[in-house]
Design a protein around this ligand. Structure first.
Ligand code: SF4
Length: 400
């Protein structure tokens, strides 16, 4: 990242820190934090059992469930669904899981227009190069208004002034215009309640509502998103919101428990009144079954990267794909392999533990990284300089 981008990112992070400091320390947030830690621990330990219950709940709710062992499996399922709908344009919401399977790159190769509906993500999409997000909920926090104005003017061939409302209106009009021909929407989910078979999605812009109105709504989520009940899912997204934005709630919280339907005419069941006629959920494993359990406690708030000294110094080169910072590095070992983990910044981490101190679910990322370094060394991935010291110790009983 450029130094000017890092500076803008740090300023944005400081705003989040200031906004969230009092709310994060309130007694009610502390109670919520304890509760969510228990929910996540229980959910990961009982994942198979909850998955069994979820299958039944989805069946009852008329939600189609597909399992994807790998990114490739998920993409194949999506391809088949898009073929069925002759989709040429799809409406997409922010999702780390969709970033993980590289959906946009895959569909762009097939000439399918994937339109980001979140403003920050859309700006990054219009940027075209060097457009990796820097925060899970504030993806474009590193771009200042003058840079964003240039991106929008160049890519949309318009002439907006560097004024936030003007930019927002131009991007919104362009997105809505493109989405006129989209009959498929695709999103992730923040949490999935197994008892009710409901998917919870939080957002501020109202874009998920647009996506859920398309004929087919595809939802891709990791198996780690399953929690026992809707109350648990609500607790989780509330805590995520507090730590991601410094607010108690987002403007919108969509709870999707099935396709759109009505039985208002002689009790005859009709689908597709306003919303999707079909809801398909793709649950993705992609290494999660093998992952260190605590890595899967993550609720995606991004507070770890806001406080990480390495991330604040180097930005999103510390992390893997859309999974930023130390926890992202750890996940890369399970999603990809030891080499990817090493290249994602396994040795960049200072092991200071600030991520753990600032993580609402207390993921011991520094300890996980330390342990992974030992395992990585065993399979030959360590910095060259460390190798020289290791060889000197074996040969000379001294590091020199
Ligand atoms: S590791 Fe913790 S702080 Fe970082 S995104 Fe996940 S829950 Fe939030």
């Amino acid at each position: 990242m450029k130094s000017s981008e890092l500076e803008t990112m740090r300023k944005s992070f400081n705003t989040v820190k200031r906004r969230s400091s009092s709310i994060k320390d309130s007694p009610s947030t502390k109670r919520l934090t304890e509760r969510v830690r228990e929910i996540k621990k229980y959910s990961i330990e009982h994942n198979e059992e909850l998955f069994g219950q979820l299958k039944e709940s989805f069946k009852r709710n008329d939600i189609e469930l597909k399992l994807a062992e790998t990114s490739g499996d998920a993409l194949r399922i999506i391809d088949d669904l898009l073929d069925e709908y002759d989709a040429t344009t799809i409406a997409k919401a922010k999702s780390n899981t969709l970033g993980e399977i590289k959906l946009k790159e895959h569909l762009n190769d097939k000439d399918i227009d994937v339109v980001e509906t979140d403003l920050g993500d859309r700006i990054l999409q219009l940027k075209r190069t060097d457009n990796k997000p820097v925060h899970p909920t504030g993806p474009a926090s590193h771009l200042n208004i003058s840079k964003i104005t240039d991106i929008v003017n160049d890519s949309l061939d318009v002439n907006v002034n560097p004024e936030a409302r003007e930019i927002m209106e131009v991007v919104r009009a362009d997105v809505l215009n493109r989405l006129k021909s989209a009959n498929v929407g695709i999103s992730g989910a923040n949490a999935i309640a197994s008892e009710e078979g409901s998917l919870v999605m939080v957002h501020n812009e109202g874009n998920i509502s647009i996506i859920s109105l398309k004929d087919l709504h595809i939802i891709v989520a990791g198996i780690d998103k399953i929690v026992p009940s809707l109350e648990d899912a609500m607790s989780l997204v509330k805590l995520e919101t507090i730590f991601a934005t410094g607010n108690f709630v987002t403007s919108y919280m969509n709870v999707i428990s099935g396709p759109s339907k009505t039985a208002d005419i002689e009790k005859k069941l009709l689908k597709n009144m306003y919303g999707a006629e079909r809801v398909v959920v793709i649950l993705l494993d992609n290494g999660r079954s093998e992952a260190t359990a605590e890595c899967l406690y993550c609720i995606g708030c991004g507070n770890c990267v806001v406080h990480c000294p390495v991330y604040n110094a180097v930005g999103n080169e510390f992390g893997f794909n859309n999974y930023l910072g130390g926890r992202g590095v750890a996940m890369s070992k399970f999603i990809e392999d030891d080499e990817t983990c090493y290249n994602s910044g396994l040795y960049m981490c200072t092991l200071c533990g600030l991520c753990t101190l600032n993580c609402p679910v207390a993921i011991p990322t520094n300890e996980i990284i330390e342990n992974m370094r030992k395992l990585s060394t065993d399979v030959g991935f360590y910095p060259k300089a460390h190798g020289v010291i290791k060889d000197n110790v074996s040969k000379n009983d001294s590091p020199y």
